[in-house]
Design a protein around this ligand. Structure first.
Ligand code: CAA
Length: 298
């Protein structure tokens, strides 16, 4: 399948890599040339890990890289028999809406338009787009090449044909499609984000330390990462944004992000990507070191 992925950030690069690993031709689009180069480098590193572990052969690894095109501008792709576009830019409704309008002008009604939004209403993103039967949500989990879930979100207009094609593609990627309705936070983040927020509030209320909260969830529930480490991994700005969207769309104050989270974000501490969040990643990459400044009000 020829597939366009819009946005070469963490999610876009993971989605592009996964599609390419399963023989799809991927066109990765981003306005920022440096971001595209970084994405391509990250994809190569990740593919190398799969090859090293014997999960891909050398030639499958090479083919994966060859399947990814970062050079062709979006405007030149309209005649490239693109069957699917997956939008994976940052979580901003207006930006996503503009991209969908542009996509609907460039591609004909047969091209499925999907968004990887983690919480914004799919119906709002695709408002007034012609042929709404080909609009769908494909919510991949981070790190995309490793995580088995794709949350598939249908609107009241999504056709059975569109759904079946996306379910089939997800299965071809060796992932599990879980179909849900278009509702704030869908299912994954509706369950995950309040849990993370309770961890932030527990820390804020001084009930336990950073490490204790994470250890309780890791050992108590068998989670691979504790909630504070996971929030750092996802990005604290992203967690804050999703909670705000849920608080607004449900009109429920219980989703309001904890002050400890909003303070970290306001200070530019966004988790692993800035080397500082609930943990301090600038000291060691192997061992988790708590960010002590949190105990002193930052
Ligand atoms: N590509 C290829 N291999 C990778 C990789 C990547 N991008 N990232 C990690 N790996 C490999 C590592 O090299 C490592 O390989 P070895 O075992 O051979 O050394 C292996 O995966 C395990 O990695 P680590 O040892 O670094 O760490 P880990 O055992 O903790 O596993 C993890 C990492 C898979 C991320 C695991 O910690 C995990 O599952 N964490 C939870 C992730 C999660 O919950 N994701 C969902 C977030 S929510 C979301 O995405 C939705 C949203 O909208 C916010």
């Amino acid at each position: 399948m020829n597939i366009v992925v819009i946005g070469a950030g963490t999610m876009g690069q993971g989605i592009a890599q996964t599609l390419a690993m399963y023989d799809n031709k991927v066109f990765l689009i981003d306005n920022n040339e440096n971001q595209k180069q970084t994405a391509f480098q990250n994809i190569q590193n990740s593919v190398q890990k799969f090859v090293k572990k014997g999960q891909l052969t050398e030639s499958q690894g090479m083919q994966t890289i060859l399947n990814i095109n970062i050079a062709t501008p979006l405007e030149q792709l309209t005649h490239a028999s693109v069957e699917l576009v997956i939008e994976a830019v940052f979580e901003n409704l207006e930006v996503k809406k503009d991209i969908f309008i542009k996509l609907s002008q460039l591609f004909n009604d047969a091209t499925i338009l999907a968004t990887n939004t983690s919480s914004i209403s799919i119906s709002k993103v695709a408002e007034n787009i012609p042929a709404p039967d080909r609009i769908i949500g494909m919510h991949f989990m981070n790190p995309v090449p490793l995580m088995k879930l794709v949350e598939i979100i249908t609107t009241k207009h999504t056709s059975e044909k569109t759904l079946q094609k996306i379910v089939l593609l997800t299965e071809q990627l060796q992932k599990c499609p879980c179909v849900v309705k278009d509702f704030p936070g869908f299912i994954a983040n509706r369950i995950l984000m309040p849990m993370l927020n309770e961890a932030f509030l527990s820390l804020q209320q001084g009930i336990a330390t950073i490490e204790t909260i994470d250890t309780i969830c890791k050992l108590g529930f068998g989670h691979p990462m504790g909630p504070l480490q996971l929030a750092d991994f996802i990005g604290l700005d992203i967690c804050c944004n999703i909670l705000n969207i849920m608080a607004q769309d449900f009109n429920e104050p219980k989703y309001k992000p904890a002050t400890i989270l909003t303070n970290l974000v306001a200070n530019g501490h966004l988790g692993k990507k800035t080397n500082l969040g609930f943990y301090n990643y600038s000291i060691s990459t192997n061992k988790l070191i708590p960010n002590e400044a949190i105990y002193h009000g930052l």
